[in-house]
Design a protein around this ligand. Sequence first.
Ligand code: SF4
Length: 301
Amino acid sequence: MVDLTMEIQRLKQDRNAVILAHNYQLDEVQRVADYVGDSLYLSKVAANSKQDVIVFCGVRFMAETAKILSPTKTVLLPEKDAGCPLAEMITAEGLRALKSKHPGVPVVCYINSSAEVKAQSDICCTSANAVKIVASLPDHKVIFVPDENLGDYVAKQVPDKELILWKGHCVTHAKVKAEDVKQVRELYKAAKILIHPECNPAVVRLADFVGSTSEIIRYAEESEKTTFVIGTEMGVVCTLRETLPNKEFFLLHPGLVCPNMKKTRLESVYQALRNHQYEIDVEEEHIVLAQRTLQRMLEVV
Ligand code: SF4
C-alpha cells in the first residue's frame, strides 16, 4: 500500500511544487501543506513562491487567484469540482450591468469571485482587509460584490461611505441564525463568541468579536479566556483545538461545514502531483486586468 504522505513529499520535490491549504481544508490535507492560512495569507504566499508548481488545496477562485498572481507557474486544483457557491453568485455580465447603472463608481470585489469578475473590478479585498480597502478609497460611493453580508458589515464600520451591495452570500455561513447565537450564549456562559462577517447581520450583531479566519485564530490565541464558540467553518475549530490544546472550542452551528472545501482528500493531493491535475487556466486578458485588481489590494495591506 502506498504511504500517501511520503509519496506526496517525494513528488513535491520531484515536481518542484509547493502545497498551499486553506484553513477550511481537512486535517489530513493541512498536515501535508507547506503553508496553511486564509485567502489573504495564501495569495501573498502564491505571489512570492519560488517553486514551478503550486498545488492549491482550496476552492477554484483561490487557485485562479494564485494563477493570476503567478501566471508563469503551473497551478493545480486537486479537486476540479471544488467551487465556491458565493463566487458563482455573480458573473462578469451581471457586474457590467450593475456598473452601467452607477457609472464612475469604483468596484471592490471580495476575493471570493471569478477571475473575470476580478478583471471587471478596481480593487480586491478579503474578509481580513475589506474595511481597510473600502476606507482607502477616496470615493463616497462604492460598489461591493458579491457578499452582501460582508458588505453590510463593512458599511457599518465605514459609515461615511455609501456601499452598493450585490445580493450574494455564503450558503455555509448563512445557515447560522440569531437564535443559534442566543442558545449557545445560554449554554456556554463564560465563552467568547467569535463570528465571521460572512454570517448574516443579525448574527454578527450578537458576536463578542467579528473577524476573518486568521483574525479569529489570533483572537483566540491572544485572549485570556479559555472557552470559545466559533462562528465560521469547522476547519478553524480543528486548527484551534490542535494548536491551543489548553483551551476549549465549540462550533456555533453544526452546518458550518463547507462541502466544497472538504472535497480535497490526501488522495486528491497525491493524484494532483502524480498526474499533474487539474491545471488552472485563466485567459490572458483576464490575467492582466485581475492582476492589477489584486496588486492594488496587496499595496494597501
Ligand atoms: S465557506 Fe462559503 S465562501 Fe468559503 S468556500 Fe465555502 S461556500 Fe465559498
